[in-house]
Design a protein around this ligand. Sequence first.
Ligand code: ATP
Ligand code: MG
Length: 458
Amino acid sequence: MDSRRARDPRRDRPKKAMPQRPVLPRRLQTAESGVYRRPALGDTGPVNPKVELVSTGSELLSGRTVNRHAQTLGEALAPLGLVLARDTTVPDDAAAIADAIRGALGRAEIVIVSGGLGPTSDDLTRDVVADLFRRWVVMDESARRQIHERFAHADRPVTAMTERHALVVEGAEVLPNSAGLAPGERLEKDGRFLFLLPGPPREFSAILEEHVLPWLRANWPDLEVPHTRIFQVCGVGESDLVTRLVPRGFPGEGVEVAYCAQPGRVEIRVWAPPARQDAVEAAAAIVRETLGSFVFTEDRRDLAEVVGGLLLDRKATLGLAESCTGGLVGQRLTAFAGSSEFFLGGIIAYANASKSRDLAVRPDTLDTYGAVSAETARQMARGVRIRFGADFGLSVTGIAGPAGATDDKPVGLVFAAVADAAGAAAKEFRFPGGRSSVRDWASQMALDLLRRRLLAAS
Ligand code: ATP
Ligand code: MG
């Protein structure tokens, strides 16, 4: 690293003496055993290190941006046997950031700070950390070179402002950023580790995957990873699930369970320490026996991908007709690689005229039963199947709201239908919530209708 000091006006403190650099251990104190032991706890055995996240950014608190890092980090840590203990979100305010980092370092062995590494005046993280650690902010030559190389490649000039991305806290281990300009940093203080990661999710994930996780794995290789089974269920509500499972002794002694409900699906997660693996498997067996085909995956795939897999297995093709979901089902069906093997195409037939013209729904059907009816859904599925020359046709039509309801057709009324060579079958649903909830539910349950048709056909 270059010791050349950046001319950062915020750090110009003419009368202050050069800060003392704290003496820090060169190596991880815990590397010997590979398992972190908190001496103060006495003879309680190995304790997994605590990890905390500090998310910086006023936009995360004003509702303009959803904080995605807690989810990304929590998911990434689980396979290592680590749990994200806390996520503190603070605005772009130096005192608030300093306070949050100090607090996190007081509780956790590993603290990850996101955001505020860019060049603008609201990017405060590295200055705050430099103050906390009593170090200088310096230009990292390799990061600066990388910026110059990237810009030369794109034939763009590098300004002084752009170069500021390469400023780091003196003494930090610099973690190259393969997805952006500002590198990540790792600092160490009194046996605690502080990671600084850029805010943009793509950059946060890249540095997490390429540098942070490998470092955690290398330094804590022997952590206890809970034995876990995860089920995605469609067609049974959360409370109904509990009513069915609990009388059968679920989840069993020493096994933890968590339910997470989303529109049209519930995730059931069971886990226990590795020594209780058999108990987790017994709980998993209860789920499989009790819920049968309500479980659509045990590997967290989206329902659309599961349906795509079933179509691929059967070498069958699909045509899709959507009304109230406006393309949501098609989007989900094409979100994973390989969908072109089974998905021939879709039509968003929103107006009645489109339903007749593009899907051959009979005008008298629309007049007699309405656009939101089982009969219309069946004709849409048949029409789109023929139009695309597909083995199966799937349709969905409904009232997503807030307008469009009548006395006998409330918001949330949705019909989905599946057609094949033998004919078409429709199903009626009443979904809760507002427009977006109804659309989510409708896309999920239309896909599930097709899944059930495919399972029955095999
Ligand atoms: P840059 O160099 O792009 O300025 P940075 O490290 O300074 O990166 P921020 O300025 O805090 O990061 O955020 C940059 C972008 O990343 C913003 O659009 C912000 O909304 C987004 N972002 C930051 N933190 C999060 C988060 N926790 N979840 C989702 N998006 C985030
Ligand atoms: Mg920024």
